[in-house]
Design a protein around this ligand. Structure first.
Ligand SMILES: [Zn+2]
Length: 465
């Protein structure tokens, strides 16, 4: 969201992968009849977990005190589902507990639910107690986190019924999840994470972004699950130039690692305008795009922007100085992946070139060099990206199309009542983009020539994959 969310999200340092890996979100068919036979004919599963029966290997215990036990649901319909039960074999949700015992159990349910919210991405938490005198009779409460962005028709009872499938997972993933939950539950009762002080990273605006210790917290949105899946993929692919995601916290905010470094703001400091920085961004963007090849978005993935054909890569959607972390003058990471969406490489490259060369109309303020220097820097950027011949030929027109898309989006959001976009339109940002687009159109032949001429590095057009 172009200039909307400046400063922002922030990424992370390279730690090891989460133990057990991310939890899958898709469901697989579940043999309900066999399950019913087991629970109605077999021993009490809660008592078995309390006794430490090793056959209950998915039912990893995440919390235990004298009276209560909390453990992972073996057949989760939602990722991160946990069961909380009294250790004693009691069956009725209210009649078998006196008031004090009931309240103590509810306190435990709340404490576990806060930990689940801290560890597992969710937009709501469902709490319910079912069971039956005829099966799964031992009183237990379900703590069920609803993943952000779940379509309405798949929420509530649909989300909870095993008839609609269960999450396929492994004991290893269960162990990883249990470890994170135990860590979240290790604090004093009634708290979840002993949170560090929060430091505001944005000056208000659309998203309140804060830093908490080594993490950044930003509001989770409907596209957050897709973005987190992308960030998980990048980490698994060994791409270090993006933050790692850690689900959501108890306040519904996404949790990302904070990436130390400098994020340049306008007017850009000299280090951000150096040729080395420009080439570094081109190379980093190429590495990022290459790392997204082979990424399969989660089923039903929602993105901020609609995917564009051909979906060669996952575009970042807002590659700009305000979304780039520098260390010692070198670009090392991109942040704020909110606008990521599948699309062609050149769609992202053209916008990044517009921002970093930059391709502003030099006449509009002092933010851009003269057009000859722009053409030279454009070539530096394209070469660093190793942009293909065909993409070079459409780079300038794609930059104009990208600006047109941005203006249309900004005006549509403003018309729909989005205050921040309305403010940008009121300040004339849309007209600035159109001024720049006209500038690019006027000098398209010059830019094309610079991109395609024989350069000192030899012929252009090394394959862009
Ligand atoms: Zn029991």
């Amino acid at each position: 969201m172009a200039e909307l969310d400046r400063h922002h999200s922030q990424g992370y340092e390279q730690e090891g992968r989460e133990p057990g890996g991310p939890l899958p979100h898709s469901r697989e068919d579940f043999d309900v009849a066999a399950y019913v036979r087991r629970v109605r004919g077999g021993p009490c599963f809660v008592c078995a977990v309390v006794a430490g029966d090793p056959a209950y290997d998915f039912e990893q215990v995440v919390f235990e005190d004298d009276e209560h036990i909390a453990f992972l649901d073996r057949y989760p319909t939602l990722p991160g589902k946990v069961l909380v039960a009294p250790k004693a074999h009691v069956e009725h949700v209210v009649r078998d507990l006196d008031e004090e015992a009931y309240v103590r159990l509810m306190r435990t349910v709340r404490r576990v639910a806060l930990a689940v919210e801290a560890v597992v991405p969710s937009e709501r938490t469902y709490l319910l107690s079912l069971g039956s005198g005829q099966g799964n009779a031992h009183l237990h409460w379900h703590v069920a986190p609803l993943p952000p962005g779940t379509p309405y028709e798949r929420q509530q009872f649909h989300a909870l019924m095993t008839e609609n499938g269960v999450i396929p997972w492994s004991v290893r993933q269960a162990a990883g999840l249990a470890e994170r939950l135990r860590a979240a539950l290790a604090g004093p009762a009634g708290t979840c994470f002993p949170e560090a002080d929060e430091e505001e990273l944005t000056g208000g605006g659309v998203n309140r972004v804060v830093r908490v210790g080594g993490t950044v917290r930003r509001p989770a949105r409907r596209w957050t699950p897709a973005v987190h899946a992308l960030l998980d993929h990048l980490a698994a692919a060994g791409f270090g130039g993006a933050p790692r995601a850690h689900g959501c916290d108890g306040e519904g905010r996404e949790v990302l690692d904070f990436l130390p470094g400098e994020v340049p703001d306008y007017p850009l400091p000299p280090y951000a305008m150096a040729d080395d920085a420009l080439a570094g961004v081109g190379a980093l963007l190429r590495d990022y795009h290459d790392a997204t090849v082979g990424f399969t978005p989660p089923e039903g993935a929602e993105w901020y922007f609609s995917p564009r054909a051909p979906a060669e890569v996952v575009c970042h959607g807002d590659v700009a100085p305000y979304n780039c972390v520098f260390r010692e003058g070198r670009p090392v990471a991109f942040i704020d992946f909110d606008t990521a969406h599948p699309g062609p490489r050149v769609w992202d490259v053209a916008y990044a070139a517009y921002r970093f060369v930059p391709l502003h109309d030099p006449g509009r303020d002092g933010s851009a060099p003269g057009v000859e220097e722009q053409a030279r820097r454009l070539r530096v950027f394209a070469d660093a990206y190793r942009l293909g011949v065909a993409d070079r030929q459409v780079l300038a027109e794609t930059a104009r199309a990208r600006l047109g898309h941005l203006v249309a989006h900004m005006r549509a959001e403003a018309a729909a009542g989005h205050e921040a976009f309305a403010a940008h339109v009121a300040e004339g940002h849309d007209l600035l983009y159109l001024t720049d687009s006209a500038h690019i159109a006027r000098h398209e032949a010059l830019f094309l020539a610079a991109l395609s001429s024989e350069g000192p590095g030899g012929r252009v057009g090394m394959s862009a994959g």
